[in-house]
Write a new protein. Sequence first.
Length: 268
Amino acid sequence: MLIKTEPYPAEYAPHFEHHFAYASDSYRYLGAESCLLKSPRMQPRKVKSPLVLDDDAEDWHLTFKKTAAKEWELLELYLEIIQPVYPILDVSPTVGRYLVENVPTDLTPTETFSLNMIYSISCYILPNTGKKHNPEHSWNPTGRLSYHQANSLKYRALASEYYLKAMEHLEAATIDPNMATLRAVLLLAIHSSFDPKSGNVGQQIALAARLAFDLEAKGELQELQPNEVEVLRNMHMTIFSLENQVASTLDRPALFPEPVRCAQCHEQ
């Protein structure tokens, strides 16, 4: 049976406009149905940075200390909140030796990078946990900031400090195409989901995908340890999830394949 299709009249033909947004010294593609394009917040307006303080802001005293106890709290928070969702960390005693309360003093540059990225990511979620450990805060509750606003500003500034410290070790942490480098790139991508201006999350996910393909090829040749194969499977799932989140938000195609269930899972 032959079906003849009539062309769309010009006035009814679908029309899509594609856009590019400039951020962090690079252009990012936005599809015609991107959530960002439809957001009323995209309207041009002058917004004063919340981190720029006025001369008379005597009630804006956001003080904090980076202590071992606070960093352990940040690490615990990451393991409790982020790790179950994006299980990219290898918590085995040998690989994850830095994921402890008493951090070793002989950390490698890669371990130092990962630890500071973990601290930075946790700083973005700590103000939303409702925890108030220190009853004495150097801010005036009758001033212009609520407790939550003050806490958010404080930890956002602290997150930037940890991020900049991690960036000092970025080159050393990503020099070889191995599991540690893939983990470092995924930490950058997770961090970008909290602070999009810190990096191009699309490029980070694409790099993670290429690294994952190479490492999975090594796994098929049995060049990886059993625990590495398991962590790599979790990383694949993380890349798939992150890319689909970005693709849905920006109306872009998602290309990374869905994770394949292992044979043991099929038997179950």
